[in-house]
Design a protein around this ligand. Structure first.
Ligand code: NOJ
Ligand code: CA
Length: 683
C-alpha cells in the first residue's frame, strides 16, 4: 500500500478513536465472491468514495476514486458519507437460447452502498457491487431526489488504480478510425497507456492473474474508454465518449450507469468463455426466441472487397437477381442458412460515405428484384440477410427503419446486417457517444419487434445485450477479414486472430467472416499477386480453424462460391457447428497461439480449432474432454507438407483417425497456420 494511504489510514483510525459521539456511520465495508477469493472493499477517504479489489488477499486495484462531474454544478465526489449498506446473494442457472455455452451460472454476493453528500444539496447515489468467482462488477445508481433531477455529465470519475504494472493488450481510442475499433493490437506495460478501448486485457508481471476491464449493459450512457497517463502512473480513468456538444451523458434521476466489470482468472485458458458481462445484463425480454437461429451464411460481399464486383450500379454490379439466385443455390446445396446481399439498395452510386442520407432501405436497383430474390430463397429453404449500410446517417436510417423492417418481414426475411462506415456519425457525434448507444439499442428493439436478427458492423462494443435481446446475434467491432482484401495497409498479420481471441472476443461474438480459400486473391486479377498486394496472411487450414476459435452465431463462408469448388477442405465449413453446448480453451498465449474445443449444442460432436502466429508450433493435446469409454472418429484438417502462410499457404492434409478420451493429439501448425478437427462419435 502506498505511504500516503497508510498515513491516511492511521489518521482515520485516530479520528475514530477520538470521536466520542455515538458512531453509526461506516467508513469501510467489503464484499467477497462465493469462492472467497475476490474481495471488493468500498471505503471513504477524506469524504471521497473509493473501491479497491483483492484476489486471494493480494491487492490488484488500489483504492480508486468514484463519482461524477456535471455541467453547471459541483462534482458528486466530495464530502460524502455512507448512509446505508445492504447485502444479498444470488445463485441461479439459466439456459441461453444460443451461445458459446448452453448453461450459465449466475452466482454472486452483492453489496449496495448508499452514500450522500454531507452538505447541501445532499445528493445521493448507490454503489452496487457484485462479486463473482470470475470477476467483479459495480455500477452507480442515482435515485430520484430533490438535489439531482435532469443532469448533464461531463465526466465519470471512476478510476482503476492498478497495483501492478501489468502488461496490457490494447487498441487506441483516440486515433483515426477509433470509431470502428479496426486497429491492430499492441501490447505494453499498462503504465504507458494513453487512451485505449475495452475490453482491456492485462496480465500481472508475475503471470499469476489476468484482468479484463470492460463494461456491461451499456443501454443509455456513453461508451467507456480508458485513459492512462503515459508513464505518469498506473491509474486508468473512465473516459466517456462525447456527443457533438462535448456532453458525455444526459439523464434524469432515477438513473443507472452500465456496470464496470473486472474479469479475473488465474490462467488465460480460464478467461474463455467470458460470461461475466452476460450475468450483468437483464434476462431475455422477447416473448419467443424460437425464430432466432444461429446459422452459417454466404454472401455477395467478398467480390466487392477484392474489386471483382461493385456495390454501385454498372456492369460489375454484384447485387443482381441472377447473382443472388446463384448464391442462394450454393447456400441451399451446402446446407447454409443465409445469403447476404450487399449493394442491393439505392444509394451506393458516387461517394456513399459522404452521401449517406441518399440511402434507401426499401428501394432496390433495377437489376435486383428484392421480392423475387426473397421468394426464391424461401423456396430453397434459405433466408436472405438484408444489408443496411447507413454510413452514419442515423436520422435517415431511423426515419426508414420501421417500414423497412416491416417490408423485410413481409418477404420472410429475418436477418439484417447493419453498417456504420464513417468517423463521426449523424450531426458530429462520436460513434461511441450516448447518442449512438441509444441508436444501436433502437435498432435492436425495432428489429426484435419485427422478428429480425441483427449482425452489426462498425457497432457499439458488445456489453452483453444478447442476453436481453437474443436477436442481437453478432457484430464486427474489430479488424476483420476484410482488411486482408485491401492493398496498401498490410492486412492482418498472422498473430492477429490469436490476440483477438483474448481481447475483443471476450466481449462477445464477432462476425470476422472467415473461410477465404483463394488466399492470394488471384481469381479477381487472373495473375498471382505481387508481394505488396493484398492477400490473406494465414494458411488455408487456419481459415478453417477460425470457425472454431472465433465464436459467432452467424458465421460466414466469406469467399466466392466458385473458390469452394473442388475443394475437399470445404467439407469442414459445411460440417462445423455454430451453436455450442460447451467451450473449453485447451492452451494459448496472447498473440502466439490458441487451441479451443467446443461441443455442438444438442449433439455429441466436438470441434477443435488451433491457430498460431507466424511461428510454427507443435501442440500436444489430450482429448480428455471426450466422454470416457466412447469411441470417436477425428477428421483432421491440418497444414499440409511445406505449408507456410507466406510462401505456400494452400496445402491442407485431410486425414481420419479413431480417438478416445485417452488419445493425445500431436498437432503440427505451420507458420501462420492452424488445424481444424471434427470429432464425432464412431458409428
Ligand atoms: C464495412 C463492413 O465491415 C463490410 O462488411 C461491408 O461490406 C462494408 N462496410 C460496406 O458496408
Ligand atoms: Ca468494418
Amino acid at each position: 500500500m502506498p505511504r500516503v494511504f497508510r498515513v491516511l489510514r492511521v489518521l482515520v483510525a485516530v479520528a475514530v478513536a477520538l470521536d466520542t459521539t455515538p458512531r453509526r456511520l461506516l467508513s469501510q465495508t467489503a464484499v467477497t465472491s462465493p469462492d472467497g477469493r475476490n474481495r471488493v472493499t468500498v471505503q471513504l477517504t477524506e469524504g471521497r468514495l473509493q473501491y479497491s479489489l483483492a484476489r486471494d488477499g493480494r491487492v490488484l486495484i488500489l483504492p480508486s476514486l468514484l463519482g461524477f462531474e456535471f455541467r453547471g454544478t459541483a462534482p458528486l465526489r466530495d464530502g460524502l458519507r455512507i448512509t446505508d449498506t445492504t447485502r444479498q446473494s444470488h445463485d441461479q442457472w439459466w439456459t441461453q437460447p444460443w451461445g458459446e455455452v448452453a448453461r450459465v451460472r449466475d452466482h454472486y454476493n452483492e453489496l449496495a452502498v448508499s452514500v450522500e453528500e454531507a452538505a447541501a444539496p445532499a445528493r445521493r447515489f448507490v454503489l452496487r457491487v457484485r462479486a463473482f468467482d470470475d470477476g467483479v462488477g459495480f455500477r452507480y445508481e442515482l435515485p430520484e431526489q430533490a438535489g439531482l433531477g435532469a443532469f448533464e455529465l461531463t465526466g465519470e470519475l471512476t478510476e482503476f488504480a492498478l497495483a501492478d504494472n501489468a502488461r496490457a493488450w490494447w487498441i487506441p481510442s483516440n486515433r483515426p478510425r477509433m470509431d470502428r475499433s479496426e486497429m491492430l493490437y499492441a501490447s505494453s506495460p499498462m503504465s504507458l497507456l494513453d487512451s485505449v478501448q475495452t475490453p482491456l486485457t492485462m496480465e500481472t508481471r508475475d503471470g499469476r492473474t489476468f484482468m479484463v476491464i470492460h463494461e456491461a449493459n451499456l443501454a443509455d450512457y456513453a461508451r467507456m474508454n480508458l485513459a492512462g497517463q503515459r508513464g505518469e502512473s498506473r491509474t486508468l480513468r473512465a473516459d466517456l465518449a462525447p456527443m457533438a456538444d462535448g456532453i458525455k451523458v444526459r439523464g434524469r434521476t432515477p438513473f443507472m450507469t452500465p456496470w464496470r466489470t473486472i474479469q479475473l482468472a488465474d490462467s488465460l485458458t480460464r478467461l474463455v468463455p467470458s460470461l461475466l458481462g452476460l450475468k450483468l445484463n437483464p434476462p431475455n425480454v422477447l416473448p419467443s426466441t424460437d425464430w432466432i437461429r444461429p446459422m452459417k451464411y454466404v454472401g455477395i460481399w467478398w467480390g466487392m472487397h477484392i474489386n471483382t464486383m461493385t456495390w454501385s450500379s454498372g456492369p460489375q454490379h454484384g447485387a443482381t437477381t441472377a447473382n443472388a439466385r446463384r448464391y442462394i443455390d450454393f447456400a441451399a446445396a451446402n446446407g447454409f442458412g443465409g445469403v447476404l446481399v450487399e449493394g442491393w439498395n439505392l444509394g451506393w452510386d458516387g461517394d456513399w460515405i459522404a452521401n449517406r442520407d441518399a440511402f434507401s432501405f426499401t428501394r432496390a436497383y433495377p437489376d435486383y428484384d428484392l421480392a423475387e430474390v426473397a421468394r426464391y430463397a424461401r423456396q430453397k429453404g434459405v433466408r436472405l440477410i438484408v444489408h443496411n449500410e447507413t454510413s452514419g446517417g442515423i436520422l435517415n436510417y431511423e426515419r426508414q427503419m420501421d417500414s423497412a423492417f416491416a417490408l423485410y418481414r413481409s418477404l420472410g426475411v429475418n436477418a439484417i446486417k447493419t453498417g456504420y462506415v464513417t468517423d463521426l456519425v449523424g450531426e458530429g457525434h462520436s460513434h461511441y457517444s450516448q447518442y449512438m448507444v441509444q441508436h444501436y439499442r433502437r435498432v435492436i428493439e425495432a428489429a426484435a419487434r419485427h422478428g429480425i436478427m441483427v449482425d452489426a458492423h462498425e457497432p457499439m462494443h458488445d456489453t452483453g445485450e444478447r442476453r436481453t435481446f437474443p436477436n442481437m446475434m453478432t457484430r464486427e467491432g474489430a479488424r476483420g477479414q476484410e482488411y486482408n482484401a485491401w492493398s496498401g495497409d498490410g492486412g492482418n498479420p498472422p498473430e492477429h486472430e490469436s490476440i483477438l481471441f483474448f481481447t475483443r472476443l471476450l466481449a462477445g461474438p464477432m462476425d470476422f467472416t472467415p473461410g477465404i480459400f483463394d488466399l492470394l486473391i488471384e481469381r479477381g486479377t487472373g495473375r498471382p499477386r505481387r508481394p505488396d498486394e493484398a492477400r490473406v496472411r494465414t494458411t488455408l487450414a487456419k481459415q478453417l480453424a477460425l470457425y472454431v476459435t472465433i465464436y459467432s452465431p452467424m458465421q460466414m463462408a466469406a469467399d466466392l462460391p466458385e473458390n469452394y469448388e473442388r475443394q475437399p477442405a470445404f467439407q469442414f465449413i459445411r460440417d462445423v457447428a455454430v451453436d455450442w453446448d460447451t467451450t473449453r480453451v485447451l492452451e494459448g498465449r496472447i498473440g502466439d497461439y490458441v487451441a479451443v474445443a467446443r461441443r455442438e449444442r444438442n449433439g455429441q460432436t466436438w470441434f477443435l480449432g488451433a491457430i498460431t502466429d507466424e511461428s510454427a508450433r507443435t501442440l500436444d493435446i489430450p482429448l480428455s474432454f471426450l466422454t470416457p469409454g466412447r469411441r470417436y472418429v477425428a477428421e483432421v484438417y491440418a497444414d499440409g507438407p511445406g505449408a507456410h502462410w507466406l510462401t505456400n499457404p494452400l496445402p491442407v492434409s485431410i486425414t481420419r483417425r479413431p480417438v478416445t478420451s485417452l488419445t493425445r493429439l500431436r498437432m503440427l501448425l505451420a507458420p501462420g497456420g492452424g488445424q481444424a478437427i471434427r470429432i464425432r462419435p464412431a458409428r
